[in-house]
Unconditional design. Sequence first.
Length: 484
Amino acid sequence: MPHYEVVIIGSGFAGLCMGARLKQAGIHDFLILEKDKEFGGTWRVNQYPGCACDVPSHLYSFSFLQNPEWTRKYAPQRELLAYTVKAAQDLGLMPHLRLDTALLSAEYDEAAGAWRLHTSRGEMIAKHLVTGMGALGRPKLPTLPGLESFQGKTFHSQQWDHGYDLQGKRVAVIGTGASAIQFVPEIAPKLAQLDLYQRTPPWILPRPDRAISKAERWLLRHFSISRWAYRALNYVRNEWRYIAFGKQPALMRATQKLALAYMHKHIRDPELRRKLTPDYTMGCKRILLVNDYYQTLTRSNVAVLGNGIREVRAHSVIDGDGQERAVDAIIFATGFDLEQALGPLELKGRGGLSLQQASRDGLDAYKGTTLPGFPNFYMIAGPNTGLGHNSMIYMIESGVNYILQAIQMTQLQRIKSLEVKADAAGEYNRQIQQKLKGTVWNSGCKSWYLNSRGKNLTLWPGFTFEYRRIMKKFDADQYHARFD
Ligand code: N01
């Protein structure tokens, strides 16, 4: 049976970052498994019209592979995907990628000090198992009365059917989150009618997007100091916002005023303004950056419906007011199921402890990375490492740095297994939940940041440099080390 030092699950930014850092450290005995036929993670999977990053690209990219060629401040999906492909090539990761290979289950073999993996292409052994699967991989679909009887086209924003011609169609879009606000302006001009079902209005600010000029690109290409300076500028611009998100949510009031002024500038109809005005503190849900959404909502072929869906029929939707609205297609922009983020993955740790058992109240991971009962198992960007204010790539790099040190330590000291102490994980999570109490994310709105029991297992309650600091050095004293 093939045996690897490290097996990484997922080939998005997280998986590629782990692979790159292993190679830089001289560890070449690893695989990156990707369940799909192509690699690239979220920026390959999400291909809906208008898909783009809402974090500046010069920051939303690897620090060790900066890209002077971004054509816009907020790069479109195709550029992000091209960057990922080039990164995999330039960093020498292609031979390590195994596409169309899904990890089905894995169990920890205590005697061997390794994981036995069952993949869709056979079995393998990994001394260390690292997941970089991302939290936003499993589409969440609403349960709507009568949906099964609908005869038209349906798809989720993440599974966009580009073969379906939207020209002249009547379409219901459900959801007004980060994905919907990007594709609604793109598709509305093509449609006969767009019915936008909004459950909660988002807070919206203009996206300060712009083209990066040829001269700027030349500068960024030839002077690494300009790349670092521009990256640092973007980092600081985003990072200081944590003061409002995490420490003083009352500061959001000033930005709320700006957002309302922006909305009023584009929306004249008082009834539509009322519908689009959020009633929760800005930042509690993700703040959305977009320049053409409100304008789109004033089009004569667009209706914003705020009273929900009563029923779906074969060729129509009955809205919350009981009005029947004929539609050819329903597009779900209803987000992702975070509680199922690790999906059907059957992971059995020490003593046969399953991931499901260990995560009954959500995963109490240590530093978002390791779990008691799961030796030699690491998560990149795991629980409570998500951000509402800065670049996830920074968090990914912080996590990968920590995992790399753990792996190197097992090699150097001939350690059979490393397992985080249960009391270390427990205390860490108690502190995280305590810190979250004063943040805007726990200020009362319902969002995907909170699980079904209202616990925030998604976001990092701190400055990102604080996470980098706690991940800088692998704290072996918080781990049980077992030797042969
Ligand atoms: O999903 P969402 P998304 N009936 O969960 C509504 C990242 N991202 O795919 O607010 C009716 O944000 C739901 O309503 P409500 C980013 O982190 C990044 O848009 O729950 N409506 C909401 O309006 C983002 O946060 C980029 O009341 C229902 C919408 O559907 C995350 O992905 C771009 C419903 C879901 O919004 C997810 O974004 C795009 C129901 N049963 C996405 N269920 C970047 O640019 C849900 N809704 C980096």
